[in-house]
Design a protein around this ligand. Structure first.
Ligand SMILES: N[C@@H](CCC(=O)N[C@@H](CS)C(=O)NCC(=O)O)C(=O)O
Length: 202
């Protein structure tokens, strides 16, 4: 059985939970409290040296970390990953965009807002740097979705899952999506996909 090391409010963990559920792949979920250092124990670090969730152990015990690598692995040979070479590169384009231009700002601001007790030097740059960059990522998404239903091609893929994870909860970090109608319509399309689960469902 696949084992997923996870933290319920994590959008990165949610990407994996959502995809496996939509694929109908059974998995065991192991909840770790990241605010208590539970991903930094010697035992966890031996398997997953980056000390972060999500991380999985495959059926044969092989370890894999990084949310977008994990969803790319499970999406292979399914409708969630295109076959066409250019479209596959477009999926990677959006996965890298999510990790470099979106998640470090939208997810991190949400984390800092949701965990006021955690001391973090990034608090000093939330309004001057992180929030404007989060909105810049939303601007890119809005422009792309103005004339399209999905991030790649004509169907829902892991590019949508990766970007949905933190966009749909951006409000929890104080991001206002009122000025992003195409993004809001796309969020609704994702939500109406079969076997959809909310981020709060373990
Ligand atoms: N790039 C990584 C980010 C993983 C990450 O930042 N995980 C956070 C939770 S969302 C974590 O485990 N933090 C605990 C820690 O750093 O100790 C991914 O996409 O999987």
């Amino acid at each position: 059985m696949i084992r997923l090391y996870d933290y319920l409010i994590s959008g990165n963990g949610y990407k994996v939970r959502l995809l496996l559920t939509q694929l109908g792949v059974p998995f065991e979920r192991i909840e770790l409290d990241i605010t208590k250092g539970e991903t930094r124990t010697p035992e966890f670090l031996r398997k997953f040296p980056n000390g972060r969730i999500p991380a999985v152990e495959l059926d044969d015990g092989k370890p894999l970390f990084e949310s977008n690598a994990i969803i790319a692995y499970f999406a292979e040979d399914t409708p969630f990953m295109p076959v066409d070479r250019f479209q596959r590169a477009q999926v990677l384009q959006w996965l890298f965009f999510e990790q470099y231009s979106h998640e470090p700002y939208i997810a991190s601001v949400r984390y800092l807002v949701m965990h006021p007790e955690v001391a973090d030097p990034r608090r000093a740059i939330v309004e001057t740097m992180m929030r404007p960059r989060g909105y810049a990522a939303l601007d890119v998404m809005e422009g792309h979705l103005r004339s399209r239903e999905w991030f790649v091609g004509e169907s829902y893929s892991i590019a949508d899952i990766a970007l949905y994870a933190y966009t749909h909860v951006a409000g929890e970090g104080g991001f206002d999506l009122a000025g992003y109608p195409a993004v809001r319509a796309w969020l609704e399309r994702v939500k109406s996909q079969s076997r959809y689960i909310p981020i709060t469902r373990s």
